[in-house]
Write a protein that binds this ligand. Structure first.
Ligand SMILES: NC(=O)c1ccc[n+]([C@@H]2O[C@H](COP(=O)([O-])OP(=O)(O)OC[C@H]3O[C@@H](n4cnc5c(N)ncnc54)[C@H](O)[C@@H]3O)[C@@H](O)[C@H]2O)c1
Length: 326
């Protein structure tokens, strides 16, 4: 039995991610899920029945109902800035789904506000809580080539494009492995149908020191794929994140044997990912209680968003320079 008084928490947005957050809070002994904000009446009714807590049509109603210590924001990305800002002004600690905002200016404002108010603002970069990613960080020293592919047949999220929706995960992993400034970027992509945002994006980023990272993200791919290859001179890692709840990991090491000539030694592992979202949320609550330091700082979040939005700016400039189709 925990001797800790459960923290009063709420979830804003009861869609796909919001329900995952609510499930975790409902199961954590040191949290008490006291409210859910959801504008859609059907989803709101479903959440009320499922979690047995109070539900509200908007954030003001939640804040007016009583004290809340911490909130998960899992609404569409385009709403994050406004909602997170209001929560921080109300003195509430915030775990916001990635990305924190759609612009770096907004992200900086939220980071500054959380610091000024002495509140935790954690961005839900869930891949930081994958054991395979932790192991990669421990083992990789000087990568010269990284290839990240994140493809899905699912264009459900439409308020942002595939860079802020999917590629941001890989950008965050890569920036966790390469501690050097970006010196060169090439980007291409396209939008399917008459959507406002890109559905496919390919990017190549060169870092000072020579490492090249290549990204491909799509939400209109026929088959799902989530893989990452990280090459160093003496070893290459290949991760397959598409095997939930496991990540498959292979390490290739070239061997030179006088008798047998050159060959490649391969070690294969299966890493059990023990509910990364629960780890992320437990970490958030521990931070709110002042019991741990952040895994990934607001500066790390800003660095990922800066690169992602830089890719978008270049992609838009590139697209507007292309002749339009007849
Ligand atoms: N960490 C991850 O792996 C991961 C995966 C998917 C989505 N996400 C992020 O989670 C967020 C939500 O994505 P989703 O897939 O759950 O979307 P979703 O569309 O399934 O759910 C969003 C919900 O928010 C509600 N909503 C809209 N405006 C609101 C407002 N002003 N206040 C409160 N609720 C509001 C919508 O009605 C909807 O129910 C996005 O920022 C997305 O990038 C993260």
């Amino acid at each position: 039995m925990s001797d800790v008084v459960p923290m009063r928490v709420a979830v804003v947005g009861a869609g796909v991610m919001g329900r995952y957050h609510a499930n975790v809070y409902a199961a954590l002994p040191d949290a008490k899920l006291v409210g859910i904000v959801e504008p859609d009446p059907t989803r709101r009714a479903d959440a009320a029945e499922r979690y047995g807590c109070a539900t509200y049509a908007d954030l003001d109603a939640l804040l007016a109902a009583g004290p809340i210590e911490a909130v998960s924001v899992a609404s569409p990305t385009s709403t994050h800035f406004d909602l997170v800002r209001r929560l921080l002004h109300a003195g509430v600690h915030v775990l916001v789904e990635k990305p924190v905002a759609t612009s770096v200016v907004h992200a900086r404002e939220l980071a500054a506000l959380s610091r000024a108010r002495g509140l935790v603002l954690q961005v839900g970069h869930i891949t930081r809580f994958f054991r395979a990613v932790e192991q990669l960080r421990e083992q990789v020293r000087t990568p010269y080539l990284i290839e990240a592919r994140r493809l899905a047949p699912n264009g459900r999220i439409q308020d942002v494009g595939v860079v802020l929706d999917l590629m941001i995960h890989d950008i965050d992993i890569v920036l966790g492995l390469v501690d050097a400034p970006v010196i060169d970027v090439a980007v291409a992509g396209h939008t399917v149908g008459d959507g406002e945002h890109e559905d496919v994006c390919a990017a190549q980023v060169r870092f000072e020191g020579g490492c090249v990272a290549r990204f491909l993200a799509s939400r209109v791919a026929p088959d799902a794929e989530r893989t990452l290859v990280v090459a160093e001179a003496h070893q290459t890692f290949r991760l397959d994140f598409g095997r939930a709840p496991h990540t498959e990991m292979a390490v290739y090491r070239p061997q030179r044997d006088v008798a047998e000539g050159s060959h490649v030694h391969v070690d294969r592992y299966v890493v059990y990912e023990d509910n990364p979202l629960r780890k992320e949320m437990t970490h958030f609550l521990a931070r709110v209680r002042g019991r741990t330091t952040p895994i990934g700082t607001l500066e790390d979040d800003l660095r990922s968003l800066t690169l992602a939005t830089d890719l978008l700016t270049r992609l838009r400039a590139h697209r507007s320079a292309l002749p339009s189709l007849p």
